[in-house]
Design a binder for this molecule. Structure first.
Ligand code: AMP
Length: 214
């Protein structure tokens, strides 16, 4: 099972990705999570990525491709994986094809979550995540049981530094300019499944499952 989940920022991609990876017991590979960890650990990658991410831009393709190549080479990814946040540009999609070539790349499914732009800013500014375990909440749609505290590990919930309105507008712009062509790239290859992401988490999850033929 090889799944790529695509969608604009705030489309519920990360939340769905976690559920799908649990259901199929495949690793959830989020390039955003990998970068945020690098920022927390102040690695060379993190120091380079931090200002780009804070401004809502995209980290250079060559860096991202190196990260994914290394991650997909790890043992747990051999039987399948779910990619969340990669590929975000056509160059990344082409390189991913090359990495997967000769590696049964043809069983790839690409699910795109469709959510209107008008809903994105509300979704993102009400998003909170756990600084310790990365669990994601939404103050209206998916609130934690106790305000400001992660249900899973009890750590404080915080807003992501790139979840301010200015960065969100820039991220949406990057999505339309650079990631929408990735959707067309996979459509042309007959791998695309479109899912309406404008519904409750469980409803969208059922739609994602159905799109994958489950
Ligand atoms: P995400 O958690 O997927 O919303 O990613 C957060 C930020 O990390 C993005 O706004 C980008 O700055 C950066 N990022 C994550 N994945 C990629 C990627 N595949 N290519 C370029 N930048 C990325």
């Amino acid at each position: 099972m090889r799944v790529i989940l695509v969608g604009p920022p705030g489309s519920g991609k990360g939340t769905q990705a976690k559920q799908v990876s649990d259901r199929f017991a495949i690793p959830h590979i989020s390039t955003g999570d990998i970068l945020r960890e690098a920022v927390r650990n102040k690695t060379a990658l993190g120091l380079q990525a931090e200002p780009i991410m804070a401004a809502g831009g995209l980290v250079p393709d060559d860096l991202m491709i190196g990260i994914i190549r290394e991650r997909l080479n790890q043992e747990d990814a051999t039987a399948g994986f779910l990619l969340d946040g990669f590929p975000r540009t056509v160059v990344q999609a082409e390189k991913l094809d090359a990495i997967l070539e000769g590696n049964e790349g043809s069983d790839l499914s690409v699910v795109v979550l469709l959510v209107p732009d008008a809903l994105i800013v509300n979704r993102i500014t009400l998003r909170r995540s756990c600084g310790a375990c990365g669990s994601v909440y939404h103050l209206e749609n998916l609130p934690p049981s106790m305000e400001g505290v992660c249900d899973k590990c009890g750590a404080p919930l915080v807003a992501r530094p790139d979840d301010n309105e200015e960065a969100v507008v820039k991220r949406l712009g990057a999505y339309h300019a650079q990631t929408a062509p990735v959707v067309e790239y996979y459509r042309a290859k007959g791998k695309l499944k479109e899912v309406d992401g404008n519904a409750a988490v469980d409803v969208v999850f059922e739609r994602v499952m159905r799109s994958l033929g489950v």
